[in-house]
Structures are given as C-alpha cells and as structure tokens.
Design a protein around this ligand. Structure first.
Ligand SMILES: Cc1cc2nc3c(=O)[nH]c(=O)nc-3n(C[C@H](O)[C@H](O)[C@H](O)COP(=O)(O)OP(=O)(O)OC[C@H]3O[C@@H](n4cnc5c(N)ncnc54)[C@H](O)[C@@H]3O)c2cc1C
Length: 512
C-alpha cells in the first residue's frame, strides 16, 4: 500500500498481437477472420475485412428513400468542381462505408473530398437539384453508425478541409476548417501556450467538425464545459447549398437567435459544418495526474466527493474504470497497470499555475483518501511522458474492447450514485451470454457518464439496437427524419426477435 510519485512501470504501447482466442473462435463459428477496428493511427489493428460486416440495408428492415442514383454525368460534374478529388476506387470506398465499431456498412460508390466551403456549396446545390443523397463524414470515429451511408449515399468527407484560418493569441480564439484533426489542433494551440477545450480518445482521427456535429464531451468537460459554451461560431452549408455564416469570434453575442446551436449535435442532418470558431483556454503551467486504486464503487464516489472538496479549482478530470477494463487494456494493448490489482481505478488530473501549491493540495488529498481507506494504492505523475502513459490506460479502453471481439457500447448519463448499478444489473442479467460487461467513464460530469461496453459470448445473439441503426436513410437533403443517438439512457428500443439457435434466451443491447 502506498503511492508513488512518477512511479509508473514501463509500459509497452503497441499494436495488437495475433488474433485473440475469441477472434479465432469466431473464425470457426462465422467463417470470419477476426473482428476489430480500422487501421488507424492510435488504434489497434485486428485483421478484418468489409465482408464480415453485414450491409445495413440487409440487416435491418430499412427502405431506400426515392433518391436518384449517381450517373456518369453526375461524376463528370463532381470532377469539374473537385478535380482529382472524386473517388470511385472500391478500396478507398470500403473504409468510408464501415463505421469504427464495425456494426454497420453502407454501399456508397462515390467519395467526394472538397477543400473549400464554396466547393461544398456547389456540390450540395447540385445534389439537391438532382435529388442525390449525401452522407457527411469527418474522421469516422462516431460510435452510433451515423458517419457511414445506409445505402448508396454519396460520402462527402471533410478530410481535406484541414486548414487553420486564424488564431488570436490574446483571446485564444481559433478559427479553422471543419476537417482539422483534433490532435493536430491541440498541437497547434499548445505551441502557442493554449489548449483545446475538448479532448477525447479518438483525437488522432476525429475532426473538429465531427466533434461539433456530435456535440462531443470528452475528458476535459469537467473543467472547460461543453462545446455549446466554447464554440463561438460556425459556418455551415445547408442542403440547398446556401452558406450560413455564423462564424463570429465574439464570446458574448446577444444579437437575436443563436443559430449555430442548432447544428451542434445535429449529426449532419441539417447541413455540413465547414468552419468552426472555438475558444481555447490558456495552457496550464502545471499538470499532475494521480492513478489510484479503490476497493469498491462506493469508495470511488467518496474519493470523488473528497477530491472536489480538496482540489476544487485545480481539478481538471476525474475518470474511473473497473478491473475488467484494466485486464482488457493489459491483455490487448500490452499496457501495464502501475499499481496493484484493485476492483476500481480512478484517474485524477489537476491543472494549475503554481507547482508548489498544486503539489501541496494533491499531497493533502492523497493522504486523506489513503488514511480513510478510500484508496488502497496509487501513483502520481508530473512529467509529460508518464502522464500520457497513465492517460492511455483510460483513453484506450474503447480500443481494447474492440480488440476483444464484437462489441456493443452504450454511453449513458446517470446520477453518479447509480452509475455502476447498471453494470452489475446487466452482468447478472446476461450471465454467460456476454463475455465481458464493463463500466468506465467520466465521473466529473454533473450526472456522471458511464461507458457501458459489452461483448457477446454468442455472436448470433448480439444484435445492434434498432434505434441505433434501423433508422431511415439520413442525408443533408431536406425533409429527412433526424436520427436518434443510441447514447441515451432514455432510449428503450423494442426487443427484436432472435432467430439464432441458442438454447438460452438471447439478450439484445438496448432492450430494457
Ligand atoms: C476511442 C474513442 C473515444 C471517444 N470518446 C468520446 C468521448 O469521450 N466523448 C464523446 O462525446 N465522444 C467520444 N467518442 C465518439 C465521438 O463522438 C467521435 O469520436 C467524434 O466526436 C466524432 O468526430 P468524427 O470527425 O470522427 O465524426 P464522424 O464519426 O465522421 O461523424 C459523426 C457524425 O457527425 C456527422 N458529421 C461529421 N462531420 C460533419 C460535418 N463537418 N458537418 C456535419 N455533420 C458532420 C456525420 O454525418 C455523423 O453523423 C469517441 C470515439 C472513439 C473512437
């Protein structure tokens, strides 16, 4: 028992090894060659092929709406607007047709890569007139299947809209195109002594436009608030090609309606976000990260309360994960826990401006929680490399889950005191039909955020929720029904019938 400053064991941050036993088992059962994630920077790679992911339109009873099909003339028009940036290459299209979790697959035959707002506007105006459906895509890291087409919608990627337009080093206002990768923006502003107000595990791939379109929360929400407060302005191209310029950089703007708010969380249903103005905060001078082990969830909650009381103004993140999460990151990503095995782990980050002051506060807090038995072991890191290693244990859980096989993931807001009951209830309800049901997330949000991940023991029994993917075809064209996200505790989709031959009753994610 004890806590160590910078006492992190060396960890191997690496790619996944050979397919897991589970993947091999699936190979036998399904004739598949493994389930995993796309080959992306930061994420592990598991052998996979698009053929393993069933087409969304075959899996679900969804009807293609009466859109036109892309013709040779359409392709010629796109090529005139975007010379050399129209792809019909099946290899390139394979990647943009499947979502990050490999739950859904579309069959788009055209990928468009505009670089400017004017190009997006010309494309959307043309598609609107031709009645062609369009599916906007950022980094394709979304967890609810919204970034990929359902049928043959044209994929409009913001990947080449990746320019910083301006940065004001006094106010911290960054104006950039929507396709800038979050991690690259972070590096850009950090070099100028600022930080982005959001950070998430998908930062190496997700785009700022995608973050705004999904109203992403992430690891810094506790300290810097939601995007609804930090996004100052947006530029959006509507379905008919009209450019809506709300790209203000004013922090206070009380001139009438705040139209940009409509597009935050609209997930591509109302228009394509082409540029974002966002308020960055001054980079903290001192950052400390403590990684602690707790004997139970009640101790996690009491540690959180104590932490808020004693660290108050310097607290910037409070994350928790259960022991099964730790086992998964250890076995699939070869990361190692810096402390002994515990039922729960918490990661606490403080950000301030005075090293001595912050250290004193943190030390007092650690002594309190250890003396009272809330925490049984821990380590503290102050240098950047070790801080990153500790954060990796929490940030890469989603990736570890994907490496473990076919995964279903919910992102649920609940009152913090009830957060972990859900994991226990689902574990007992699923019994042996799920290999793992794990809980981890941001305790720092006002209601607590639980990432509930599960992996089926019986692949045939595990069905994506119909609310998630049984949606109508989505596009930016008008009169399309907006899609609901699965990531809501209030979503209670009907339980679909199961046609597998398992002897025990099957559970379906989303069934209450
Ligand atoms: C490892 C990992 C960790 C994550 N952690 C968090 C987390 O902590 N908190 C959280 O909230 N989310 C988290 N997410 C999910 C998160 O919502 C997405 O990663 C991110 O915000 C989506 O950005 P993207 O560029 O990848 O968008 P995509 O996945 O490409 O698209 C998402 C949706 O937005 C639409 N869209 C994309 N770009 C635009 C645009 N320019 N204009 C209009 N619509 C657009 C798409 O049509 C789609 O509906 C995580 C995902 C991963 C893989």
């Amino acid at each position: 028992m004890g806590w160590r400053r910078n006492g992190h064991k060396p960890a191997l941050v690496g790619m996944a090894g050979p397919p897991t036993l589970w993947a091999r088992k699936l190979e036998k059962v399904c004739g598949a060659r493994g389930f995993g994630v796309f080959q992306r920077r930061d994420f592990c790679v598991t052998p996979t092929s698009a053929q393993e992911v069933m087409l969304t339109c075959e899996r679900y009873a969804v009807q293609r709406l009466p859109f036109a099909e892309v013709s040779e003339q359409d392709l010629a028009f796109f090529e005139r607007v975007l010379p050399g940036r129209v792809s019909t290459d099946p290899h390139e299209l394979k990647a943009v047709n499947i979502d990050w979790l490999k739950m859904v697959r579309g069959c788009s035959k055209v990928l468009l890569k505009p670089k400017t707002t004017s190009e997006v506007s010309q494309i959307l105006r043309y598609c609107n007139e031709r009645n062609l459906a369009v599916s906007p895509q950022g980094g394709n890291t979304g967890m609810v299947g919204g970034s990929v087409p359902v049928f043959d919608e044209i994929v409009l990627s913001t990947a080449l809209m990746n320019q910083v337009l301006s940065f004001n080093a006094i106010s911290g206002t960054l104006v950039c195109q929507a396709g800038c990768v979050l991690e690259q923006l972070s590096q850009y502003v950090e070099e100028r002594d600022f930080i982005m107000p959001l950070d998430l595990g998908a930062k190496g791939s997700c785009h700022i436009g995608g973050n705004v379109a999904t109203n992403a929360g992430g690891l810094r929400l506790l300290r810097y608030g939601s995007l609804r407060g930090t996004v100052l302005g947006l530029e959006v191209v509507l379905a008919d090609g009209l450019v809506l310029d709300c790209l203000t950089s004013l922090r206070k703007d009380n001139t009438g309606y705040d139209l940009k708010q409509l597009f935050m969380g609209s997930e591509g249903t109302l228009g394509i976000i082409t540029a974002v103005s966002i308020l960055c905060s001054q980079k903290p001078k001192v950052v400390n990260v403590a990684f602690l082990g707790c004997p139970g969830f009640s101790e996690v909650l009491q540690t959180f309360s104590t932490c808020k009381g004693m660290l108050g103004e310097i607290l910037s993140a409070f994350e928790f994960m259960d022991d099964r999460c730790m086992q998964l990151v250890e076995s699939h990503l070869r990361l190692s826990s810096p402390i002994k095995e515990n039922p729960f782990y918490v990661l606490i980050e403080t950000s301030g401006s005075d090293a001595r002051h912050d250290e004193e506060k943190l030390t007092n807090f650690l002594e309190r929680v250890m003396d009272s038995g809330l925490v049984t072991d821990g380590t503290v890191a102050t240098d950047n490399t070790k801080i990153k290693m500790l954060w990796a244990l929490r940030e890469r859980i989603t990736e570890a889950l994907s490496c473990d096989g076919y995964v279903y993931k919910y992102d649920i807001s609940l009152p913090v005191e009830k957060l972990y009951d859900l994991v226990l209830d689902i574990r007992s309800r699923l019994g042996e039909s799920a290999k793992s049901v794990v809980g981890y997330g941001h305790l720092g949000e006002p209601r607590g955020r639980l990432h509930l991940g599960g992996r089926p023991q019986l692949p045939g029994c595990w069905r994506p929720s119909p609310v998630a993917v049984g949606r109508q075809q989505r596009s930016v064209a008008p009169n399309r029904p907006a899609r609901r996200r699965t990531s809501s505790a209030t979503a209670s989709p009907p339980r679909p019938s199961c046609s597998c031959s398992a002897s025990r009753p099957c559970w379906t994610p989303g069934a209450s």
